[in-house]
Design a protein around this ligand. Structure first.
Ligand SMILES: NC(=O)c1ccc[n+]([C@@H]2O[C@H](COP(=O)([O-])OP(=O)(O)OC[C@H]3O[C@@H](n4cnc5c(N)ncnc54)[C@H](O)[C@@H]3O)[C@@H](O)[C@H]2O)c1
Length: 376
């Protein structure tokens, strides 16, 4: 693996490194961790890399790694949103497989362009929608896809954070600085940063597609250029209805991502801050709680669990499940040029859906919260 981004003090780059290497199939061998030479070299030392495999420019990395006999096989993109598209395009064009953090791009037109490139490229492309790696999210998905509780009628999905309750970007907090700057974050603030996680979780778990949205995006902290609070009603392709809310100004909240799926004969509920449990409520029956690591879970949840029940697994392991599936796909691809991404993974279609959602919600909100079609 070669990593672009993930320099000193960054959030998600080190998580990618830990997750990628957890199961032993992937090793970080090269990186362009920062645009600054001293910082990229400092990160390279911390990651234990040879100095000649550390670059300050991703184009140089792609060029050199392509020529190395033992060069990287794939590129992980963990930079702010504005560089996802140019880096992914350059990496795919150079023949590297790509795994990129969300959102896929900074704008919908970039996502449409990237989808074209991915469809005609040989290398594989995946997105790290972290929450899809949790065993009980995969169990919830299997329950929904088998329609065990009947048709889905209503979904409530919420992603509540409080770390942007104050204007910390003005004091230089690095993650806040770029997330509140349209030039680096793209067209959406909270909606593109965490609203896309909620949207992805909704479509991933239910297997349904959102067709229309009615959104109100607000900027609650004065002086910010992008939204920091989002309230969205959604209609789905089977007639179900949904409520999606995401906010970064819920003072005191940490990372409360939750989903409730209500079906004809029962409901399921999962919460990211307590991820090893899945509530399953069946009409006229006692409530059930499923636990990670137990033998009664389905094959995809069991495959995503490394420890017996009662031993907590969390964020890194969920991330590592995405990397493990991706590494297995690359291994299959090495002998079978037609091998595609595993169905557990999110690819460019999910990336494009996410950017359509962002742009559609912004359009609805700026048009008096009018119902707006989320076009294919
Ligand atoms: N999957 C998740 O749950 C999750 C969580 C957090 C962040 N993210 C996503 O990950 C990405 C990074 O977020 P973050 O919070 O880690 O940001 P960050 O600011 O903490 O780190 C970004 C890093 O990228 C480096 N960088 C920027 N441009 C570069 C370039 N052209 N070449 C090389 N390095 C470059 C910076 O120097 C920095 O080290 C964002 O797209 C964000 O949306 C996803």
């Amino acid at each position: 693996m070669a990593m672009i981004g993930g320099g000193p003090g960054s959030f998600i780059g080190p998580v990618h490194r830990m997750a990628a290497e957890l199961d032993g199939a992937v090793r970080l061998v090269a990186g362009a961790f920062s645009r600054d030479e001293a910082r990229t070299q400092s990160a390279g030392r911390d990651y234990g890399l040879e100095p000649n495999r550390v670059y300050s420019d991703y184009r140089q990395l792609l060029e050199r790694e392509r020529r190395e006999a033992d060069g990287a096989d794939f590129v992980a993109i963990v930079t702010p949103n504005d560089s996802h598209f140019p880096v992914a395009r350059a990496a795919l064009d150079s023949g590297f497989h790509v795994i990129c953090d969300k959102p896929a791009t900074a704008t919908l037109s970039e996502a449409i362009g990237l989808a074209e490139i991915v469809r005609r490229s040989q290398p594989l492309y995946a997105l790290t929608y972290t929450y899809t790696g949790y065993p009980l999210v995969r169990e919830a998905r299997d329950l929904c896809h088998r329609r065990e509780l009947g048709q889905v009628r209503k979904i409530v999905v919420g992603y509540t954070q409080g770390w942007l309750s104050e204007r910390i970007e003005t004091s230089g907090q690095r993650q806040a600085v770029w997330r509140t700057d349209p030039a680096q974050a793209g067209i959406g603030g909270c909606i593109a940063d965490i609203g896309v996680h909620a949207f992805n979780l909704l479509e991933y778990v239910t297997g349904l597609r959102v067709t229309e949205v009615c959104a109100e995006l607000s900027t609650m902290v004065a002086g910010r250029a992008l939204d920091d609070d989002c309230n969205v009603l959604l209609r789905l392709d089977n007639g179900a209805r949904a409520v999606l809310h995401s906010t970064q100004i819920a003072a005191g909240e940490r990372n409360r991502l939750q989903i409730w799926v209500h079906c004809e004969r029962g409901s399921i509920a999962w919460a990211q801050e307590n991820p090893n449990r899945l509530e399953v409520l069946v009409l006229n029956r006692p409530a059930m709680t499923l636990h990670a690591g137990e033998t009664y879970l389905g094959p995809s949840a069991r495959a995503a669990t490394r420890l017996p029940g009662g031993h907590p697994e969390g964020y890194i392991e969920a991330f590592a499940n995405i990397y493990r599936d991706f590494a297995a796909d690359l291994t299959r691809r090495a002998t079978d040029p037609t091998a595609q991404l595993s169905p557990t993974l999110c690819g460019i279609d999910a990336g494009l859906r996410g950017m359509r959602f962002v742009e559609c919600a912004i359009a609805s909100s700026s048009n008096g919260s009018a119902w707006t079609r989320l076009n294919e």
